[in-house]
Design a protein around this ligand. Sequence first.
Ligand code: ATP
Length: 311
Amino acid sequence: MTQAFVVDRVHVRAPGKINVFFAVGDVDGDGYHEVASAYQAVSAYEDVWATSSDEFTIAVTGTVDIAGVPLDDRNLALRAARLLAEEIGWDGGVHLDVRKAVPVAGGMGGGSADAAAALVACDALWGAGLSTAELHRLAARLGADVPFALLGGTAVGTGRGDELSPALARGRFEWVLVTSHEGMSTPTVYAELDRYRAERSPDIAPLLRRPLVFPPVLQALRQGDPHLLASASRNDLEIAAVRLRPDLDDILALGSAEGALTGLVSGSGPTIAFLVEDEDAARELQVTLSAAGHSALRVHGPVPGARIVPD
Ligand code: ATP
């Protein structure tokens, strides 16, 4: 007699991201900004365990402050599970255990990683067998950064950031992240950028309609060259994040003075990502920043997207 193999718990790990380049263009017809982003998935991971259940429930723990994480249907991981259930006509539920290591509201796409992990975990738990393309379509409906958390590695995102193409990347880049106790809301940072640009509009050239990732960024990623990446990286949201949180400028200045090749606000902030030459430089900078009273952690990239982990 054949014994059916029933999976009742699935563990998926998904990475946070750094935008090594982020250009913000005009607002489109729906009020969204067009962006051009080079994403790198980094080794700060979210772990999600999906267990069979009749209801949709979630529990969240973490090595980061999880106070800002909603435990109801606003949680992106639960929304992902519900969306998949609707899509495949699943009439049961799921319990999600989320262990967060990506700073909450830090501009590193932690919620998006949870959503990507929940999609992959529930797909396996419920035996849905969706194709990668189908999972990406659902991911894009959940948020602009969710498709990248599925894909991982290095990629270029255009449109709202969700039109993704994988980018060639060689080697491993070392980063030191400085996290903040208080998160920042992405819409608030975009609104501040709009205000800043409106104030300066008589002085600056008209915006690009279609922002593009600078070719030297792609070259640096292809060559695994941190010096070239440091000179080509840029984040248009940085000026807005720093206007809202002037202390970020002090952290950027400290990291640069202490040997970082460059410092970037990650996404909409407030996490700051310092690119360094190698692991030794990362260790040194982490010690220096910690001694100055900052929460600093070392990560590397690129790393893979949401994957099932055999427990
Ligand atoms: P984004 O750039 O997508 O706004 P972020 O990367 O800065 O986000 P996240 O940690 O993803 O930061 O969370 C942003 C907000 O989303 C949080 O403040 C929280 O209210 C809400 N949220 C919803 N689901 C989650 C989740 N699973 N983990 C963390 N935050 C979540």
